[in-house]
Structures are given as structure tokens and as C-alpha cells.
Design a protein around this ligand. Structure first.
Ligand code: PRX
Length: 647
């Protein structure tokens, strides 16, 4: 009882921004936020036009927004180049010799790339792409370790108007194959290997497996990173370092339509196949620039570190496009946080004087588990702002982050957004918003977020509902690649006029948004989305599996763990060896992050009379508890008894 009261008290804590921080911040108090937010909701075009005007355009837009629900065109009639805004714009002015990217490899190498140098590197690689037949609008897969060349390849695509699709280096060959086919890519940029926890991830080998039999991909450009032995396919594969010798460092900027596609990024939904989320240039850049500036409070002398990989949307928006558009110095680290020891992050912060750290709750929980002694060894006094993204942060983890890492000095921006939203939507403004541990607080300027019931009616304070956005925003997804109907149905079909995020939430009496989690069959494992049906499809593709159901269960570090219930084909005997095989099979089909934590063999799965798997019951079993919920719709009660008995 007392513990309940205590945790209740912790959650009710309010931490006001320090006077020092507010004094210098762009938005200094709540009155200012409220005034600007209200005005921006009444007239979003005005707010976004003012933000857009801070970027460099080829031709100015004619119309800020053309909205034919659910299809938006932002900065219609305008032309822009993302690489010019993220690189050239700074390379020509006072920031020419400022560090754009500071990088450390897992084995310990260090590199600093100034804006001037970045322009040269991006231009060279843009010319390499052209030399290898890549044209405006072509899709280019980027499957790289977290090295500066990953960002360089993205920006080079943006420069010439090619559409990049970055695939996280932890995904398997099968996942690459599906994505290459779905977006119709003609070029792949990869590396021989990348470092992870001291071993080499065989990136090129995975690409080779994925491309077996593929005729559409004409070129594979390989960066030499790990020096592992790899075969090169004649006529298809070329080395990055050889190619750059043949091109000039001069690649004049061409401005693209504001709505020209910038990238496709795949993310899990509630079906078996990931969806290709399409983002376009002008709007994406404007909102990422604007949120980077206001939410991360970027200053000329900051060293900003977003720990996400470029394979996820956070790596796109807040490792590359947003902070570089704002002319920031971005730190990048290739490897694992506990390699060679669990203090690698703290060592980096001390050594480089990192001022802003943007990371994920799953990492924070792991740090807590590894122990304070690793933190205590280092001086973290350079930090002035902390960020969190990917899942709701538990109030205890928030407090630890605030006290232990931020020294009770740094505001925490808990930022809610999605691959689909393209940029931060709900977040504190560090100099203005009183913080409460565990909530992303309030919507950003121009964002009309609400919690509603099934009919789209706003629910009262502290009542749960669906988190929706009631007006289009610049960095919103434009479609699901190649499937406009699915886009319309998934995001705009449920409640007329509203974007439905798929998250459940409530607002407290101060209007703060508390995200409860996904309402659909999507798990959030270590801050990454995994569709339960994707895992099920992977399992059923194994020759010995008849049927499978995947559910999440609470996990101390990962937030959610993956538990699967598997029915084997008749005559197949369950065994521990088969469990291992199935785990590896899921790893092979999707990637290591999807490997189930627990596998239960079941003679049958609990189903409704209409044949739907009753995941709710499986969830209760997976969490180790009794089945308490309503079971009256269950078709066969004995199934449940057998499953529970297994525990
Ligand atoms: O459930 C929400 C959770 O992550 C989902 C989006 O996942 P993804 O598209 O992979 O993008 C992650 C990085 C932006 C959301 O639907 N989520 C993300 N950030 C938060 C969050 N839940 C609560 N609080 C957050 N700050």
C-alpha cells in the first residue's frame, strides 16, 4: 500500500525549468508557449511558413498547404534541396570549419568532418551515384553500419533527388529482399561489415544472399569498413573508394519540388508485411528543422548526440536531417553501449563534452541495471539537456535519468512521435514546460493532438482514448509506398478527418498527454516496432509449424518481450532443440530483434467461435498470470486449461 502511494507521489512530481535554462531558451515560459500554440493551431500555415522561411529554397512556395484529405501537399510550388539545407548552406558561411559530424567507431577510431568537408564528401558520393546510373526518383537501399558514410549516402541521394530507403543493419537478408522488391530499388549501398560488440556484422554477405536471383538491382556500392573478406560480383559490385577516384567534388545543387520523395522507411504494422512509409522533402525538412531548434534548443557550441541508428526514423530525423539543417555538431557512435564495458556512453560524454543526449527508455533501463558505479566513474557535467524517445518512459527510469545523468540540472524532453509523423509531435519545450516524469507533455506548435473516443469526440481529463491528430502537419507521411488505399484506410479511415496514430493515451488535468501504448497488434520491443503478425508469418514459414500466435509481455529492459505460442504440424515432437531452431528461424526471416524470448508449444490455440485467436488470453498467460478476463466467447475451454497447465 505505502509503495503505491509512494509511486503515485513520484508521478505527481512537477519539475519546473531552471531559471538559468529558461533565460536563454527560445521559448521562456508557458504563457509564451500557450500563446504561440494557440495561434499556430488557428493558423498553421502562418507558423509553418515562418519556419520554412528560415531554410533555403530554390523557388518560394505558392501555397503553404494543399489539403485534399487524406493527401497533403506542403509548400506547393516551392523547390528545395535537402542536402543544400543540411550541408552547403553551412559550408558557405561561418560554419564552414565547424564540425558537422564527430564520429567514434566501436573499436575506437575517431573522425571529425567539418561542414566544408561534408559538402565535399556528399558531392563526391552524389557523383558516384550518378556515375553508376542512379537518377532522380530512383530508389537506393542503404544498408550500412553507423558510420559517417551512412549519412553521406543519404545526403548524396537527397542531393540528386534519388529516394533512399535505409535498412537497419540488424535486419536479415530476407528482410532486405522484401524491401528491395517492394520499393523497386536499383542500387544498394552497403559496407563489407560493421562492428557490434566486438564482432563483425556481415553486411555485404547479407546483401548478396538477399539479391540472389534479383535482376532489378544493377549496382552494389561497397564501403570498406571492417576489412572482412567478401566476394565482389563482377559487373554489379563496385568499391566506394575506387569509385570516388573517378569523380569530381563538384556536384551543383538541383532544386526538387517540395513534394519530391525524400525517402521510404519500412515499419511494422498490424499485417504480416512492413509498410513503406513515404516522406517528401520540403515539409519533412521544415518540421525537423523547427523541432530540432525549439525542442533540443540547439546552440552553436553544442555537441549533440542522438544515439539512434540511421536505420530507424529517429536516425533519419534527429541524427541527420533535423540537426544538420540547424547547423549543429552531431556526434555519432557506431557500436554497443556496453562495449567493451558498460560505461562506454559515459566515457564518450566525458571525453567529447557532449551537451545534449537523446536516447531511448530501453537504454536507460539497461544502464540502471548495469549499476551506478559505471556512471560514477565519469564527469557528465557537460550535459545540459536530455531527451527520450521510442516508448513511454517509466517514471522511475525518468527520475534516474534526471538525477544520475542530468545531475538534476538538465531538463528532459520526452518526445512522442512515429515513423509516420516524421518529426516530433508532442514534447516539452525545455525552457518553458514544467515536467512530470512519464509524460511527453504537450503538442508542438501547429500540432492539433487530441484524445478521442471511437466517434472522434474528445474524452474528459484522465479518461483513456485514441491519440489522434486533427490537422495535417508538414512532416506527415504522404502515403504507404505503392498502396494509397492502405494509407487511407490505416490512418484516415477510422475516424473521419482525423489521423489515427494507433496509440492509446489520456490527458491529465493540465492537458498533458500520457501515452499508454499501442492499441493494435504492434509490439514495442526495445523501442522498435514489431507486428505480431510479422512474427507469426515468420514462424509459420517454418516447415514444422502449423500455427502461431505472438504476444507481448512486460520486460524489465526491453519494455516488451516477445512470447510465441506455436502449434506444430501433426506428428512433430516439441523439443528444446526445436525451440532454438525456431528462434533462429525468426532471426533469419526478420532479424535478431524479433527473436522470441519465450516459446510455448501448444496443441491448439484459444480461439473465438469465429476462429479469431484470443490474444488477450495468451497475453495473460505469457505474463505468467492467471486468465482472469472474459472467456465466454472461447470456442474450446479445454485449450485454455492445457495452456495454463503448461506453466
Ligand atoms: O507507441 C508509440 C511509441 O513508439 C511508436 C512509434 O514507433 P516508431 O514508428 O518505431 O518510432 C519510434 C521513434 C519515434 C508510437 O506509436 N513511442 C514513441 N515515442 C514515445 C512513444 N510512446 C510514449 N512516449 C514516447 N515519447
Amino acid at each position: 500500500m505505502s509503495q503505491n502511494i509512494e509511486s503515485h507521489l513520484v508521478e505527481n512530481r512537477v519539475i519546473k525549468p531552471s531559471r538559468d535554462f529558461s533565460k536563454n531558451a527560445r521559448i521562456k515560459n508557458m504563457a509564451e508557449y500557450r500563446r504561440m500554440h494557440e495561434a499556430s493551431i488557428k493558423n498553421p500555415a502562418k507558423f509553418w511558413a515562418a519556419e520554412a522561411a528560415e531554410l533555403q529554397w530554390g523557388r518560394k512556395w505558392k501555397l503553404v498547404l494543399q489539403w485534399k484529405e487524406p493527401f497533403a501537399k506542403w509548400f506547393e510550388g516551392g523547390t528545395i534541396n535537402a542536402a543544400e539545407n543540411c550541408v552547403d548552406r553551412h559550408a558557405e558561411g561561418d560554419r564552414k570549419n565547424k564540425a558537422a559530424i564527430i564520429w567514434e567507431g566501436e573499436p575506437g577510431e575517431k573522425r571529425t568532418i567539418t561542414y566544408g568537408q561534408l559538402r565535399r564528401e556528399v558531392s563526391l558520393f552524389a557523383n558516384v551515384l550518378k556515375r553508376n546510373g542512379v537518377k532522380k526518383g530512383d530508389r537506393v537501399i542503404i544498408y550500412m553500419p553507423l558510420i559517417p558514410e551512412a549519412a553521406i549516402a543519404m545526403l548524396a541521394c537527397a542531393r540528386i533527388g534519388a529516394v533512399h530507403s535505409v535498412i537497419f543493419g540488424g535486419f536479415s537478408a530476407d528482410s532486405i529482399r522484401d524491401r528491395v522488391a517492394d520499393c523497386g530499388a536499383t542500387c544498394v549501398v552497403t559496407a563489407d561489415g560493421g562492428y557490434r560488440r566486438g564482432s563483425i556484422v556481415p553486411l555485404k554477405q547479407n546483401v548478396d544472399t538477399a539479391l540472389a536471383g534479383n535482376k532489378a538491382v544493377k549496382r552494389v556500392i561497397v564501403y570498406r569498413r571492417a576489412n572482412n573478406e567478401i566476394p565482389m560480383t563482377k559487373g554489379r559490385d563496385v568499391w566506394w573508394h575506387d569509385e570516388v577516384k573517378h569523380v569530381k567534388a563538384d556536384c551543383p545543387i538541383v532544386h526538387h519540388d517540395s513534394e519530391h520523395p525524400l525517402f521510404v522507411l519500412y515499419t511494422s504494422g498490424s499485417t504480416g508485411k512492413p509498410k513503406g512509409i513515404l516522406h517528401t522533402t520540403g515539409g519533412f525538412l521544415v518540421q525537423n528543422y523547427s523541432t530540432s531548434k525549439y525542442i533540443f534548443d540547439l546552440r552553436e557550441d553544442d555537441i549533440y548526440w542522438c544515439t539512434a541508428d540511421v536505420g530507424w526514423v529517429t536516425g533519419h530525423s534527429y541524427l541527420v536531417y533535423g540537426p544538420l539543417a540547424a547547423g549543429a555538431t552531431c556526434f555519432m557512435y557506431e557500436g554497443a553501449p556496453n562495449w567493451p564495458e558498460p560505461d562506454r556512453f559515459w566515457q564518450i560524454i566525458e571525453e567529447y563534452g557532449i551537451t545534449i543526449l537523446y536516447t531511448a527508455p530501453t537504454a536507460i533501463r539497461a544502464f540502471i541495471k548495469w549499476g551506478d558505479e559505471w556512471v560514477d566513474k565519469h564527469d557528465l557535467s557537460s550535459l545540459r539537456l536530455l531527451g527520450s524517445v521510442g516508448e513511454p518512459i517509466n517514471p522511475e527510469a525518468w527520475m534516474w535519468y534526471y538525477r544520475k545523468i542530468g545531475g538534476e540540472r538538465c531538463p528532459i524532453v520526452d518526445t512522442w512521435w512515429q515513423t509516420e509523423t516524421g518529426a516530433i509531435m508532442i514534447s516539452p519545450l525545455p525552457g518553458a514546460t514544467p515536467l512530470k516524469p512519464g509524460t511527453a507533455t504537450l503538442p508542438f506548435f501547429g500540432i492539433d493532438a487530441a484524445v478521442v473516443d471511437n466517434d472522434g469526440k474528445e474524452v474528459p481529463a484522465n479518461v483513456g482514448g485514441k491519440l489522434v491528430i486533427r490537422q495535417p502537419w508538414p512532416s506527415m507521411l504522404r502515403t504507404i509506398y505503392g498502396d494509397r488505399a492502405r494509407y487511407k484506410k490505416t490512418y484516415w479511415g477510422e475516424i473521419p478527418g482525423f489521423y489515427v496514430s494507433g496509440d492509446g493515451a489520456r490527458r491529465d488535468k493540465d492537458g498533458y498527454f500520457w501515452i499508454v501504448g499501442r492499441l493494435d497488434d504492434v509490439l514495442n520491443v526495445a523501442g522498435h516496432r514489431l507486428g505480431t503478425s510479422e512474427i507469426e508469418s515468420a514462424l509459420v514459414s517454418h516447415e514444422l509449424v502449423a500455427e502461431a500466435a505472438a504476444v507481448g509481455r512486460p520486460d524489465e529492459i526491453k519494455g516488451q518481450g516477445v512470447v510465441v505460442f506455436v502449434t506444430l504440424k501433426t506428428g512433430v515432437k516439441p523439443s528444446n532443440e526445436l525451440k532454438t531452431n525456431l528462434r533462429n528461424h525468426v532471426g533469419k526471416v526478420i532479424g535478431a530483434i524479433a527473436k522470441p524470448d519465450d516459446i510455448h508449444f501448444a496443441e491448439a490455440l484459444p480461439k473465438t467461435r469465429s476462429g479469431k485467436i484470443m490474444r488477450r488470453l495468451l497475453k495473460e498467460i505469457a505474463a505468467g498470470g492467471e486468465v482472469k478476463g472474459d472467456v465466454t466467447t472461447l470456442e474450446d475451454y479445454t485449450v485454455l486449461a492445457k495452456l495454463s497447465a503448461q506453466e
